[in-house]
Design a protein around this ligand. Structure first.
Ligand code: SAM
Length: 454
């Protein structure tokens, strides 16, 4: 049963019991809703729902702006009939895509008129910074439309590294995405419970539909369309069959996972460890705390840690990663590597081959998990004062300068005029003002036209 493995992500002590409206902590009485049929077990469930709602609203506004922009180009002289046809196809698909996403994410309770696009852009949320609603949109189509060969190859590689059966065990898939690997594993191995957890509600609702055996239509927008018809392809997504109710979805953040320590016999991290914003040693300790004594950690994916940007120290090689796994209380991992097809959409000229790593590591000792990384209490409890830290003060000053600079753009002032104002306001020295104004305006112009990650 799902409740057997749950722990309150707010107080991190009490178990959760199912209630008419959702889940309640037996210790601190914090409540957690079920949204769209999925237990919504974020530390700050209302805040998380609000963030995703804002992201969806912004995404819908971006889609509308995109299709309106495309339609505006239709009146340009000299358009080839084929170009016209392609543009209409894309604009229609974008409009329809917006409607479909709205329907699918209806439980988030989105209103189109929440705020205008510019306000939403300014206030856009960061949860975690790199995780947008459509970041892994292509995974949906790979999982449930055209990716049978890829999905099978992933499962086989994981099995080759894990070998032993998961039958009758409790399994957690962290960052399960649109849910295919969790589904395939569950069908092949028959665990007593498989929890597929992710923080992205779009991926989760697609998984929910698939696990229920229902078909769903969504547009695919391939990276490098093969032909005109491939710029927007309406795909039917469907699982080979409905899953049983021992395969459960949970919406939550792995950095504040709502599970009892040692609740799982196996924790699986497919294409996950190197995209989360946490140094790998801390993540490995976090995973240790979720695995039961003698249980296993199964990993699949790339080992690039590229999100660590310039922090080269944290961009571990495979060898280092395996040492870190052992340092985090696991026996030496059994490792398999294979070159697998990756995101090879038949509608795209872009396709990848990934040198993929799978490992299984058995837990031999417990290590202290890092602190959970949920939002602070002043975020969860909206009545508390927002602490005025030195960082926030400095950020507030720079955003004021930013807003002031933008207010100088009135269609008449030149760069030299703007630089002059900066000098008059004693914000910059005469020699520095013009190059600074130039660099700032170039960046603003680029940012204004940039598509943003929602
Ligand atoms: C690269 S995708 C892999 C998805 C899926 N495992 C697959 O192989 O298709 C990474 C997944 O991790 C999820 N994710 C990222 N950060 C997370 C976090 N802190 N907690 C839970 N899920 C997270 C993303 O939403 C995304 O679905």
């Amino acid at each position: 049963m799902l409740v057997d493995v749950l722990r309150c992500p707010r107080c991190e002590r009490g178990g959760l019991r199912a209630d008419r409206a959702g889940y309640i902590c037996e210790q601190c009485s914090a409540g957690f809703p079920v949204i769209g049929g999925i237990p919504w077990l974020f530390r700050d469930p209302q805040g998380a729902a609000g963030e995703w709602r804002a992201r969806l609203t912004l995404l819908l506004a971006e889609l509308r702006a995109d299709s309106t922009g495309i339609r505006a180009t239709l009146s340009m002289p000299g358009l080839l009939p084929a170009t016209r046809e392609r543009l209409i196809r894309i604009a229609d698909a974008l409009d329809d895509h917006g409607l479909r996403l709205t329907r699918l994410l209806e439980p988030l309770d989105v209103h189109a008129d929440t705020a205008d696009r510019d306000t939403l852009r300014a206030l856009r949320t960061r949860m975690p910074v790199s995780q947008g609603l459509t970041n892994y949109y292509v995974n949906i189509h790979r999982d449930w439309a055209w990716g049978d060969a890829e999905n099978a190859a992933s499962l086989d590689l994981l099995d080759a590294a894990g070998a032993e059966s998961l039958a009758g065990l409790r399994v957690l898939v962290l960052g399960a995405g649109a849910g295919r690997l969790a589904y395939d594993l569950h069908r092949r191995h028959g665990p007593a419970l498989t929890v597929a957890m992710d923080l992205n509600p779009l991926l989760l609702v697609v998984a929910r539909e698939m696990y229920a055996g229902r078909a769903l239509e969504l547009h695919e927008f391939p990276l490098a369309p093969r032909g005109a018809a491939d710029h927007a392809v309406l795909r039917t997504l469907q699982a080979p069959g409905a899953a049983d109710d021992r395969l459960q979805l949970v919406a939550a953040d792995a950095m504040c996972a709502p599970f009892r320590p040692g609740a799982f016999d196996a924790v699986i991290t497919p294409w996950f460890i190197d995209i989360v914003e946490e140094p790998f040693p801390a993540l490995a300790a976090r995973i240790n705390s979720l695995v039961a004594d003698g249980g296993r950690w199964l990993n699949l994916g790339s080992v690039t840690f590229a999100f660590m940007g310039t922090q080269r120290m944290l961009q571990f090689s495979l060898g280092e990663a395996l040492e870190i796994v052992q340092g985090a209380g696991f026996a030496p991992p059994a490792v398999r590597e294979a070159t697998l097809p990756y995101m090879q959409s038949p509608a795209s000229r872009h396709a990848r081959l990934e040198s993929t790593v799978a490992w299984t590591a058995r837990k031999i000792s417990a290590v202290a998990p890092p602190e959970t990384r949920g939002p602070p209490e002043w975020i969860v409890d909206a009545t508390r004062p927002v602490p005025l830290t030195a960082d926030l003060q400095s950020h507030a000053r720079s955003t004021r300068v930013h807003a002031f600079m933008m207010s100088l753009v009135d269609g008449r002032r030149s760069l030299a005029d703007i630089a002059q104002v900066l000098v008059e306001q004693r914000l910059m020295k005469p020699g520095d003002a013009l190059p600074a104004a130039r660099a700032f305006m170039l960046r603003m112009q680029e940012d204004a036209g940039r598509r943003i990650n929602v």
